[in-house]
Design a protein around this ligand. Sequence first.
Ligand SMILES: *Cc1c(COP(=O)(O)O)cnc(C)c1O
Length: 352
Amino acid sequence: MSTWQDKIRQVVPYVPGEQPQIKDIIKLNTNECPYPPSPQVKKAIAEYDESQLRKYPSFACRELKAALRKTYPVTDDMLFLGNGSDEVLALCFLTFFNSDKPVLFPDITYSFYDVWCDLYNIKYKTVPVNDKFEIVPQDYFGENGGIVIANPNAPTSICMPLESIEEILRHNRDVIVIVDEAYIDFGGVSAVSLLDRYDNLAVVQTFSKSRALAGIRVGYAMAGKPLIDALEAVKNSFNSYTLNSLSQAAAAAAANDTKYWQECCGKIKATRTRLIGELSALGFDTLPSSANFIFTTNKDINAAELFEYLRSKGVIVRYFNKPRISGYLRISIGTDAETDRLVQEIKAFLGK
Ligand SMILES: *Cc1c(COP(=O)(O)O)cnc(C)c1O
Protein backbone atom coordinates (compact mmCIF):
# COMPACT_ATOMS: atom_id res chain seq x y z
CA MET A 1 0.00 0.00 0.00
CA SER A 2 1.28 3.44 -0.83
CA THR A 3 1.71 5.94 2.00
CA TRP A 4 2.85 9.53 2.27
CA GLN A 5 6.00 8.18 3.88
CA ASP A 6 7.05 6.80 0.45
CA LYS A 7 6.72 10.22 -1.11
CA ILE A 8 8.85 12.41 1.09
CA ARG A 9 12.47 13.11 0.32
CA GLN A 10 14.98 11.38 2.58
CA VAL A 11 18.46 12.89 2.80
CA VAL A 12 21.52 12.44 4.99
CA PRO A 13 22.37 15.98 6.11
CA TYR A 14 25.66 17.69 6.86
CA VAL A 15 26.36 17.68 10.61
CA PRO A 16 27.94 20.92 11.86
CA GLY A 17 30.11 21.10 14.96
CA GLU A 18 28.04 21.26 18.13
CA GLN A 19 26.98 24.63 19.57
CA PRO A 20 26.71 23.72 23.26
CA GLN A 21 24.85 26.14 25.49
CA ILE A 22 27.10 25.46 28.47
CA LYS A 23 28.59 28.46 30.24
CA ASP A 24 32.33 29.06 30.49
CA ILE A 25 33.08 26.63 27.74
CA ILE A 26 36.11 27.05 25.51
CA LYS A 27 34.72 26.55 22.07
CA LEU A 28 37.35 25.58 19.53
CA ASN A 29 35.25 23.36 17.27
CA THR A 30 33.68 25.43 14.49
CA ASN A 31 36.46 27.80 13.45
CA GLU A 32 34.67 30.92 14.55
CA CYS A 33 36.78 34.02 15.17
CA PRO A 34 37.75 34.29 18.86
CA TYR A 35 37.55 38.09 18.68
CA PRO A 36 34.45 40.23 18.31
CA PRO A 37 33.65 41.82 14.95
CA SER A 38 34.92 45.30 14.11
CA PRO A 39 33.58 48.09 16.37
CA GLN A 40 32.19 49.56 13.14
CA VAL A 41 29.71 46.66 13.06
CA LYS A 42 28.33 47.64 16.47
CA LYS A 43 27.98 51.20 15.21
CA ALA A 44 26.24 50.13 11.98
CA ILE A 45 23.73 48.00 13.90
CA ALA A 46 23.07 50.80 16.43
CA GLU A 47 22.52 53.29 13.64
CA TYR A 48 20.41 50.97 11.54
CA ASP A 49 17.00 52.51 10.87
CA GLU A 50 14.55 49.79 11.82
CA SER A 51 11.79 51.42 9.77
CA GLN A 52 13.72 49.96 6.80
CA LEU A 53 12.69 46.49 7.97
CA ARG A 54 9.23 47.25 6.63
CA LYS A 55 10.64 46.94 3.12
CA TYR A 56 12.27 44.06 1.28
CA PRO A 57 16.05 44.32 1.29
CA SER A 58 18.07 45.74 -1.59
CA PHE A 59 18.74 43.30 -4.42
CA ALA A 60 21.67 45.26 -5.65
CA CYS A 61 23.51 45.23 -2.29
CA ARG A 62 25.35 48.34 -3.50
CA GLU A 63 26.82 49.38 -0.16
CA LEU A 64 28.17 45.91 0.59
CA LYS A 65 29.52 45.44 -2.93
CA ALA A 66 31.24 48.85 -2.75
CA ALA A 67 32.87 47.78 0.54
CA LEU A 68 34.10 44.52 -1.00
CA ARG A 69 35.49 46.37 -4.02
CA LYS A 70 37.94 48.11 -1.66
CA THR A 71 39.68 44.78 -1.16
CA TYR A 72 39.04 42.77 -4.33
CA PRO A 73 39.67 43.74 -7.96
CA VAL A 74 36.11 43.08 -9.12
CA THR A 75 33.13 45.06 -10.43
CA ASP A 76 29.60 44.86 -9.00
CA ASP A 77 28.52 42.48 -11.77
CA MET A 78 31.26 40.05 -10.67
CA LEU A 79 29.84 39.71 -7.14
CA PHE A 80 27.07 37.43 -5.93
CA LEU A 81 26.00 37.69 -2.29
CA GLY A 82 24.15 35.15 -0.19
CA ASN A 83 23.05 34.05 3.23
CA GLY A 84 26.39 32.57 4.30
CA SER A 85 28.83 30.96 1.89
CA ASP A 86 27.13 27.61 2.48
CA GLU A 87 24.14 28.99 0.63
CA VAL A 88 26.35 30.54 -2.06
CA LEU A 89 28.19 27.23 -2.51
CA ALA A 90 24.92 25.27 -2.64
CA LEU A 91 23.64 27.61 -5.36
CA CYS A 92 26.97 27.28 -7.21
CA PHE A 93 26.61 23.48 -7.17
CA LEU A 94 23.02 23.74 -8.39
CA THR A 95 23.96 26.21 -11.15
CA PHE A 96 27.38 25.04 -12.35
CA PHE A 97 27.39 21.28 -11.91
CA ASN A 98 25.02 20.05 -14.54
CA SER A 99 26.92 17.31 -16.36
CA ASP A 100 26.80 13.52 -16.84
CA LYS A 101 30.43 13.38 -15.81
CA PRO A 102 31.35 13.38 -12.12
CA VAL A 103 32.32 16.49 -10.21
CA LEU A 104 35.72 16.06 -8.52
CA PHE A 105 36.78 17.05 -5.01
CA PRO A 106 39.29 15.68 -2.49
CA ASP A 107 38.43 12.65 -0.32
CA ILE A 108 39.33 14.72 2.74
CA THR A 109 37.61 18.06 2.53
CA TYR A 110 34.58 20.05 3.64
CA SER A 111 31.91 17.43 4.26
CA PHE A 112 29.12 19.57 2.84
CA TYR A 113 30.24 18.94 -0.78
CA ASP A 114 28.99 15.36 -1.03
CA VAL A 115 25.79 16.37 0.80
CA TRP A 116 24.97 18.99 -1.86
CA CYS A 117 25.82 16.53 -4.65
CA ASP A 118 23.40 14.01 -3.15
CA LEU A 119 20.75 16.68 -2.60
CA TYR A 120 20.89 17.82 -6.24
CA ASN A 121 21.65 14.40 -7.77
CA ILE A 122 25.04 15.55 -9.01
CA LYS A 123 27.46 12.72 -9.84
CA TYR A 124 30.75 13.07 -8.01
CA LYS A 125 34.05 11.31 -7.50
CA THR A 126 36.41 11.94 -4.60
CA VAL A 127 40.13 12.19 -5.33
CA PRO A 128 42.47 11.01 -2.56
CA VAL A 129 44.84 13.62 -1.15
CA ASN A 130 48.43 12.31 -0.91
CA ASP A 131 50.16 10.88 2.19
CA LYS A 132 50.91 14.37 3.44
CA PHE A 133 47.21 15.27 2.97
CA GLU A 134 48.10 17.53 0.04
CA ILE A 135 45.89 18.03 -3.00
CA VAL A 136 47.78 16.94 -6.15
CA PRO A 137 46.83 19.16 -9.14
CA GLN A 138 47.59 16.44 -11.73
CA ASP A 139 44.85 14.27 -10.22
CA TYR A 140 42.30 16.81 -11.51
CA PHE A 141 43.38 16.80 -15.17
CA GLY A 142 41.07 14.01 -16.37
CA GLU A 143 37.54 14.35 -17.73
CA ASN A 144 35.06 15.63 -15.18
CA GLY A 145 31.86 17.59 -14.72
CA GLY A 146 33.38 20.34 -12.57
CA ILE A 147 35.77 20.76 -9.66
CA VAL A 148 35.49 22.15 -6.15
CA ILE A 149 38.58 22.80 -4.04
CA ALA A 150 38.64 24.32 -0.56
CA ASN A 151 41.82 26.41 -0.35
CA PRO A 152 43.06 26.29 2.37
CA ASN A 153 41.49 22.86 2.64
CA ALA A 154 39.44 21.83 5.66
CA PRO A 155 39.99 20.02 7.93
CA THR A 156 43.64 19.68 6.84
CA SER A 157 44.41 23.46 6.98
CA ILE A 158 46.85 23.06 4.08
CA CYS A 159 46.91 25.75 1.40
CA MET A 160 47.79 25.16 -2.25
CA PRO A 161 49.94 27.75 -3.99
CA LEU A 162 48.19 29.90 -6.57
CA GLU A 163 50.21 28.23 -9.35
CA SER A 164 48.61 24.88 -8.51
CA ILE A 165 45.12 26.37 -8.64
CA GLU A 166 46.01 27.89 -12.00
CA GLU A 167 47.31 24.54 -13.27
CA ILE A 168 43.95 22.97 -12.42
CA LEU A 169 42.13 25.81 -14.16
CA ARG A 170 44.35 25.56 -17.24
CA HIS A 171 43.57 21.85 -17.65
CA ASN A 172 39.83 22.35 -17.12
CA ARG A 173 38.75 25.15 -19.45
CA ASP A 174 35.44 23.45 -20.31
CA VAL A 175 34.09 22.98 -16.76
CA ILE A 176 33.55 25.30 -13.79
CA VAL A 177 36.14 25.27 -11.03
CA ILE A 178 34.92 26.53 -7.63
CA VAL A 179 37.58 27.59 -5.14
CA ASP A 180 36.12 27.78 -1.62
CA GLU A 181 38.27 30.35 0.19
CA ALA A 182 36.58 30.34 3.61
CA TYR A 183 40.06 30.43 5.26
CA ILE A 184 42.13 32.32 2.69
CA ASP A 185 42.75 35.35 4.93
CA PHE A 186 44.83 33.32 7.38
CA GLY A 187 47.80 32.76 5.10
CA GLY A 188 46.84 31.84 1.53
CA VAL A 189 46.83 33.78 -1.71
CA SER A 190 43.37 34.27 -3.19
CA ALA A 191 42.59 33.03 -6.70
CA VAL A 192 40.64 36.23 -7.32
CA SER A 193 43.58 37.59 -9.34
CA LEU A 194 42.97 34.79 -11.88
CA LEU A 195 39.41 35.87 -12.63
CA ASP A 196 40.36 38.06 -15.59
CA ARG A 197 42.10 35.13 -17.29
CA TYR A 198 39.75 32.26 -16.41
CA ASP A 199 36.06 32.66 -17.20
CA ASN A 200 35.42 29.19 -15.70
CA LEU A 201 36.54 30.19 -12.18
CA ALA A 202 34.28 31.00 -9.21
CA VAL A 203 35.90 32.13 -5.95
CA VAL A 204 33.71 31.84 -2.83
CA GLN A 205 34.45 33.62 0.46
CA THR A 206 32.65 34.29 3.74
CA PHE A 207 32.28 36.81 6.56
CA SER A 208 32.01 33.95 9.06
CA LYS A 209 35.66 33.31 9.82
CA SER A 210 38.16 36.18 9.38
CA ARG A 211 35.48 38.90 9.68
CA ALA A 212 34.05 37.44 12.90
CA LEU A 213 30.46 37.47 11.64
CA ALA A 214 29.33 33.83 11.55
CA GLY A 215 26.04 34.87 13.16
CA ILE A 216 25.15 37.39 10.51
CA ARG A 217 25.26 34.86 7.62
CA VAL A 218 26.93 36.59 4.71
CA GLY A 219 29.00 34.92 2.01
CA TYR A 220 29.81 35.79 -1.60
CA ALA A 221 31.04 34.48 -4.91
CA MET A 222 33.37 36.36 -7.22
CA ALA A 223 33.35 35.32 -10.89
CA GLY A 224 32.92 36.66 -14.40
CA LYS A 225 29.57 38.26 -15.24
CA PRO A 226 28.17 35.24 -17.15
CA LEU A 227 28.62 32.99 -14.09
CA ILE A 228 27.18 35.62 -11.75
CA ASP A 229 24.17 36.10 -14.07
CA ALA A 230 23.58 32.34 -14.08
CA LEU A 231 23.76 32.26 -10.27
CA GLU A 232 21.33 35.17 -9.98
CA ALA A 233 18.85 33.41 -12.28
CA VAL A 234 18.95 30.23 -10.18
CA LYS A 235 18.69 32.18 -6.94
CA ASN A 236 15.72 34.11 -8.30
CA SER A 237 14.03 30.79 -9.07
CA PHE A 238 14.32 29.89 -5.40
CA ASN A 239 14.25 32.93 -3.10
CA SER A 240 14.75 36.50 -4.34
CA TYR A 241 15.76 37.89 -0.96
CA THR A 242 18.38 35.67 0.57
CA LEU A 243 20.33 38.47 2.25
CA ASN A 244 18.52 40.61 4.82
CA SER A 245 19.14 44.34 5.02
CA LEU A 246 20.54 44.38 8.57
CA SER A 247 23.14 41.76 7.62
CA GLN A 248 24.06 43.79 4.55
CA ALA A 249 24.70 46.87 6.68
CA ALA A 250 26.75 44.95 9.28
CA ALA A 251 28.82 43.14 6.66
CA ALA A 252 29.51 46.38 4.80
CA ALA A 253 30.78 47.96 8.02
CA ALA A 254 33.08 44.98 8.61
CA ALA A 255 34.35 45.01 5.02
CA ASN A 256 35.12 48.73 5.24
CA ASP A 257 37.26 48.25 8.35
CA THR A 258 40.18 46.53 6.65
CA LYS A 259 42.61 47.56 9.37
CA TYR A 260 40.73 45.78 12.17
CA TRP A 261 40.29 42.72 9.98
CA GLN A 262 44.01 42.49 9.23
CA GLU A 263 44.88 42.95 12.91
CA CYS A 264 42.56 40.09 13.85
CA CYS A 265 44.08 37.79 11.23
CA GLY A 266 47.57 38.76 12.46
CA LYS A 267 46.74 37.91 16.08
CA ILE A 268 45.25 34.57 15.07
CA LYS A 269 48.32 33.69 13.00
CA ALA A 270 50.63 34.55 15.92
CA THR A 271 48.62 32.39 18.32
CA ARG A 272 48.62 29.58 15.76
CA THR A 273 52.42 29.62 15.56
CA ARG A 274 52.70 29.52 19.34
CA LEU A 275 50.15 26.69 19.70
CA ILE A 276 51.87 24.55 17.05
CA GLY A 277 55.18 25.03 18.89
CA GLU A 278 53.77 24.12 22.28
CA LEU A 279 52.02 21.04 20.91
CA SER A 280 55.20 19.99 19.13
CA ALA A 281 57.01 19.99 22.47
CA LEU A 282 54.30 17.59 23.70
CA GLY A 283 54.84 15.13 20.84
CA PHE A 284 52.16 16.35 18.44
CA ASP A 285 52.62 16.51 14.67
CA THR A 286 50.61 19.34 13.18
CA LEU A 287 49.99 19.83 9.47
CA PRO A 288 51.28 23.16 8.09
CA SER A 289 48.33 25.48 8.70
CA SER A 290 47.24 28.46 6.64
CA ALA A 291 43.86 28.55 8.39
CA ASN A 292 42.40 29.66 11.73
CA PHE A 293 42.56 26.07 12.92
CA ILE A 294 45.12 23.30 13.10
CA PHE A 295 44.93 19.59 12.32
CA THR A 296 47.10 17.68 14.71
CA THR A 297 47.98 14.14 15.75
CA ASN A 298 50.11 12.42 18.35
CA LYS A 299 51.14 8.82 17.70
CA ASP A 300 51.27 8.02 21.40
CA ILE A 301 47.67 8.92 22.17
CA ASN A 302 44.17 8.10 21.05
CA ALA A 303 42.61 11.22 19.49
CA ALA A 304 39.05 10.20 20.38
CA GLU A 305 40.06 9.82 24.02
CA LEU A 306 41.75 13.21 24.10
CA PHE A 307 38.67 14.73 22.45
CA GLU A 308 36.42 13.26 25.17
CA TYR A 309 38.81 14.27 27.93
CA LEU A 310 38.95 17.88 26.72
CA ARG A 311 35.18 17.93 26.40
CA SER A 312 34.81 16.80 30.00
CA LYS A 313 37.00 19.78 30.96
CA GLY A 314 34.87 22.21 28.96
CA VAL A 315 37.22 22.53 26.00
CA ILE A 316 35.41 21.58 22.80
CA VAL A 317 37.45 20.67 19.71
CA ARG A 318 36.49 18.63 16.63
CA TYR A 319 37.06 14.93 16.07
CA PHE A 320 36.14 13.15 12.83
CA ASN A 321 35.63 9.42 13.12
CA LYS A 322 36.42 8.92 9.44
CA PRO A 323 38.96 6.91 7.40
CA ARG A 324 42.49 8.37 7.25
CA ILE A 325 41.82 11.14 9.81
CA SER A 326 40.55 9.35 12.91
CA GLY A 327 43.92 9.91 14.60
CA TYR A 328 43.63 13.69 14.29
CA LEU A 329 41.94 16.54 16.11
CA ARG A 330 40.91 19.78 14.45
CA ILE A 331 41.37 22.67 16.85
CA SER A 332 40.23 26.23 16.10
CA ILE A 333 42.63 29.00 17.11
CA GLY A 334 41.22 30.79 20.15
CA THR A 335 42.41 33.77 22.15
CA ASP A 336 45.75 33.50 23.93
CA ALA A 337 44.00 32.76 27.24
CA GLU A 338 41.91 30.01 25.64
CA THR A 339 45.04 28.56 24.06
CA ASP A 340 46.75 28.50 27.46
CA ARG A 341 43.81 26.57 28.94
CA LEU A 342 43.81 24.15 26.01
CA VAL A 343 47.52 23.40 26.38
CA GLN A 344 47.16 23.06 30.15
CA GLU A 345 44.35 20.48 29.73
CA ILE A 346 46.33 18.56 27.12
CA LYS A 347 49.28 18.44 29.50
CA ALA A 348 46.99 17.14 32.24
CA PHE A 349 45.72 14.43 29.89
CA LEU A 350 49.30 13.42 29.12
CA GLY A 351 50.12 13.40 32.84
CA LYS A 352 52.61 16.27 32.46
C1 LIG B 1 32.93 27.57 7.44
C2 LIG B 1 33.05 27.10 6.02
C3 LIG B 1 32.16 27.52 5.01
C4 LIG B 1 30.90 28.27 5.23
O1 LIG B 1 30.66 29.14 6.07
P1 LIG B 1 29.40 30.10 6.10
O2 LIG B 1 29.28 30.39 7.54
O3 LIG B 1 28.20 29.37 5.55
O4 LIG B 1 29.78 31.25 5.26
C5 LIG B 1 32.39 27.13 3.73
N1 LIG B 1 33.40 26.33 3.40
C6 LIG B 1 34.25 25.87 4.32
C7 LIG B 1 35.36 24.98 3.89
C8 LIG B 1 34.08 26.23 5.65
O5 LIG B 1 34.89 25.72 6.57
